[in-house]
Design a protein around this ligand. Structure first.
Ligand code: DP6
Length: 360
């Protein structure tokens, strides 16, 4: 290690969130975070809905600490600890000649890290903040510690922080393979297609409410697995077929098939939430009205123009197959859901490339 205690080494990384179009809901192992089915997601453009994380190491730090959106949060949770432990075990020598810093592999066991993370979107409001957050934390620490493992191995580490995080290690279309091994070594994310493969898709996120959800994904899915009769049918019979069809639709850029599968899977995920005891209601009236609006439009056109999907929250993720349709969609949203006409509905986030319109 370098002489003196006055040096600090930092790394900053940015990771976008991902939106599942075939959902992960339910674990077979709570500690290792192993799912009961495969899932497929789209990673958003890094300009929007992303986490920025800076990690620092210094001999002056006396313990590991973390700040999220400016507030210190405890790092004592088993999920963070599992990620940190595994990354430390894979750390390598680091040398910064200019600063005279030399950290050897075994120094990492004693050195402490500080983590500062910032989400540019509402945390825990069903916009997959934990996915971007944990993926970014693992990625930036791996860079700091000179971990040489590839993204698939890093995805298995991020998975232990939050399941959906493993998919944010890649851009484009990503599949999280549930795996068979008891130790989770084969429960990893793989990239199905990169971000350029289907780049005319436009994603509009309608923020129905940015309030923190009442039932977290973690406890919600636990209760579903314990009490729902439908969840096993979904995981064993429905999702495996949908995964094959969704891979095909993505590969062929087949928007009608993509849309039908994404909408059906979102609806089944929320049906399974309703089948939980006590039932979990993630969507609000406005969410249901958005679904009706899209369904009517798609039926009128005779072929799907827009897909919708809702995670564990009321906010709609709407995917249109090109910019022209996205413009029409936005026009309709502004007409049927004018900003501030509803107490809750206040902003639209347009991803792939451009606008964040805060109409509130
Ligand atoms: C509805 O990954 O947040 O967004 O693994 O317990 O941290 P934990 O849950 P989390 O669940 C995400 C659920 C979902 C669907 C999905 O992203 O696939």
């Amino acid at each position: 290690m370098a002489a003196g205690k006055n040096w600090v080494l930092t790394v900053t990384a940015q990771t976008p969130t991902n939106i599942a179009v075939i959902k992960y809901w339910g674990k077979r192992d709570e500690d290792l975070i192993l799912p009961i089915n495969d899932s497929i997601s789209v990673t958003l453009d890094p300009d929007h809905l992303c986490t920025t994380t800076s990690v620092a190491v210094s001999p002056a730090f006396t313990h590991d600490r973390m700040w999220l959106n400016g507030k210190e949060v405890p790092l004592s949770g088993v999920r963070y600890q599992n990620c940190l432990k595994e990354l430390r075990s894979l750390a390598n020598d680091v040398e910064e000649e200019e600063k005279g810093i030399k950290i050897s592999k075994k120094d990492w066991e004693k050195l402490h890290v500080h983590i500062v993370s910032y989400n540019n979107f509402p945390t825990a409001a069903g916009l997959a903040s934990s996915a971007a957050g944990l993926a970014c934390l693992v990625f930036s620490l791996a860079k700091l510690m000179n971990v040489k493992e590839d993204n698939s191995r890093l995805s298995a580490i991020a998975r232990q922080g939050s399941g959906s995080a493993c998919r944010s290690l890649y851009g484009g279309f990503v599949k999280w393979i549930m795996g068979k091994e008891e130790n989770g070594s084969d429960s990893i994310a793989v990239q199905l297609a990169d971000e350029k493969h289907w780049d005319d898709l436009v994603i509009i996120i309608v923020v129905v409410s940015s309030r923190q959800k009442e039932t977290s994904s973690t406890s919600g899915m636990r209760e579903t697995v314990e009490t729902s009769a439908l969840i096993q049918h979904r995981a064993k019979e429905v999702v495996p077929k949908r995964i094959i069809q969704m891979e095909e639709a993505t590969k062929n850029r087949d928007f009608p098939a993509f849309s039908r599968l994404a909408c059906a899977d979102s609806n089944q995920f929320h049906a399974v939430c309703l089948d939980t005891l006590p039932p979990i209601f993630y969507m609000k009236d406005t969410s249901h009205r958005i679904i009706s609006c899209v369904e009517k439009w798609n039926r009128f056109e005779g072929t799907p123009q827009v897909a919708y999907t809702f995670d564990a929250g009321p906010n709609a993720v709407l995917i249109s197959h090109n910019r022209k349709t996205a413009a029409q969609l936005l026009q309709r949203l502004l007409f049927y859901f004018p900003p501030q006409s509803e107490a809750d509905l206040n902003s639209y986030v347009i991803g792939d490339k451009s606008i964040l319109q805060d109409a509130g």
